[in-house]
Design a protein around this ligand. Structure first.
Ligand SMILES: Cc1ncc(COP(=O)(O)O)c(C=O)c1O
Length: 384
């Protein structure tokens, strides 16, 4: 009997979160060597920038490893300010985008409050809302034909009830940014409504974890919507997920409100040093974005040829629709037996009949393409 595939399960209720299986667990469960396991489920990039290895080999870090990192992460903040084009006072450093999201929830989402999530989106928005004992207002996105865009009218109608709105563009797991102007118009309308009603407009989190792949950011909107918090990370385009470095970009009062909720030293000195240098280097993102875009096209066409049809993506991952959740379970099992870990979605999820697959290296993607071809051939064989 085949083991039940276990990949990243969506975390459940506050008492029962569970995170994705480790590569060691996958290897043990499917009886394969751990070095054959490839993560197509985490939207990470396979190769860290060369400078990371050089810095680690030199052993020269910004400050001695026997001391804490500077509590204001000054050099890292300056490097981020230069990279993103915002003043240092409008930046908050965190241990990955996830810690930033956590700090935002602690600061702005009171127990008993409410937060809007356009679904489907990044699973942590629901987790953090539930951890705060706040109510989740889930608003379905438009369908695949509309690029899974947010339903701005329904979001606007729900905002009087909400303390916080979680937005993600480009959206994980659907892979596309919001259409031009959608977020700007929504924010303007929300501000008008709040002014007319004499209430404070909700805090809006705009998670731009994948923004580098589109080459644009909406952080300038923080000038007109002071409760906008834009979230960035080095985990995706920079291929530095293991460093755990992320940022909030927001107007000064919003940064000042979050500052007391931030641990003083959650980003290690090693991470601070490598992240600073990576942000100062123009080539890293440029090269990574070019490589991902061409590999994404190649992977999309190759999967298409074997009968898997990825939707359009402006990120480093693809969303593939199958005819049923049962077929997804078969395919996921077939991939896992080959050491290839896809992102699946629980039965109740709107994308239960989809897989999400990260664009990785040419060799790793070739293994995925070969596995897809084999799984399709087996199916054709059995259906004859
Ligand atoms: C939309 C989104 N936000 C945040 C994160 C977490 O990023 P980090 O590694 O910086 O915590 C992810 C990771 O998959 C993501 O997809």
């Amino acid at each position: 009997m085949s083991p039940t595939p276990f990949t990243m399960s969506d975390p459940v209720a506050p008492t029962g979160y569970s995170w994705e299986a480790t590569s060691e667990q996958v290897a043990a469960r499917y009886g394969i060597p751990v070095d054959r396991v490839v993560r197509f489920d985490l939207n990470t990039s396979p190769t860290p920038p060369d400078l990371a290895a050089r810095i680690l080999a030199s052993g020269e870090f910004e400050t001695s490893l026997s001391e804490y990192p500077p509590s204001d992460y000054r050099r890292l903040t300056e490097a981020a300010a230069g990279r993103y084009g915002v003043p240092i006072e409008e930046i908050l450093v965190g241990a990955g985008a996830d810690e930033i999201l956590d700090i935002v929830a602690k600061t702005f989402l009171p127990a008993g409050g409410a937060a809007i999530v356009p679904v489907p989106s990044y699973a942590m928005y629901r987790v953090l809302t539930e951890q705060r004992a706040a109510r989740l207002i889930a608003i379905p996105r438009l369908g695949a034909d509309a690029g899974y865009a947010i339903d701005a009218a329904r979001i606007r109608a729900a905002t009087p009830e909400a303390d916080l709105l979680w937005l993600c563009s480009p959206n994980n797991p659907t892979g596309l940014p919001e259409p031009d102007g959608t977020i700007a118009s929504l924010l303007a309308a929300m501000l008008d409504d709040a002014t007319a009603d004499g209430r404070t407009a909700p805090v809006v989190v705009l998670d731009e974890a994948y923004a580098e792949f589109t080459g644009s950011s909406l952080h300038p909107l923080r000038a007109s919507y002071p409760r906008l918090i834009v979230v960035r990370t080095l985990s995706k385009a920079y291929a530095l997920a293991g460093l755990r470095v992320g940022f909030a970009l927001a107007a000064r009062p919003a940064i000042a409100a979050m500052e007391p909720y931030r641990p003083p030293g959650s980003v290690s000195t090693v991470s601070v040093t490598v992240a600073t240098r990576a942000l100062e280097d123009d080539a890293i993102v440029r090269d990574a974005v070019e490589r991902v875009a061409s590999e994404r096209d190649r992977l999309t066409s190759a999967l298409d040829r074997v009968g898997w049809h990825p939707g359009p993506s402006r990120t480093n991952f693809l969303l593939v629709a199958f005819e049923s959740p049962e077929r997804v379970a078969e395919v996921a099992d077939g991939l896992l037996r080959r050491g290839l870990v896809p992102r699946t979605f629980p039965a109740t999820h709107p994308l239960a009949d989809h897989l999400r697959l990260t664009v990785r290296s040419t060799d790793e993607d070739d293994r995925l393409i070969a596995a897809a071809a084999e799984l399709e051939a087996v199916r054709e064989g059995t259906s004859r």
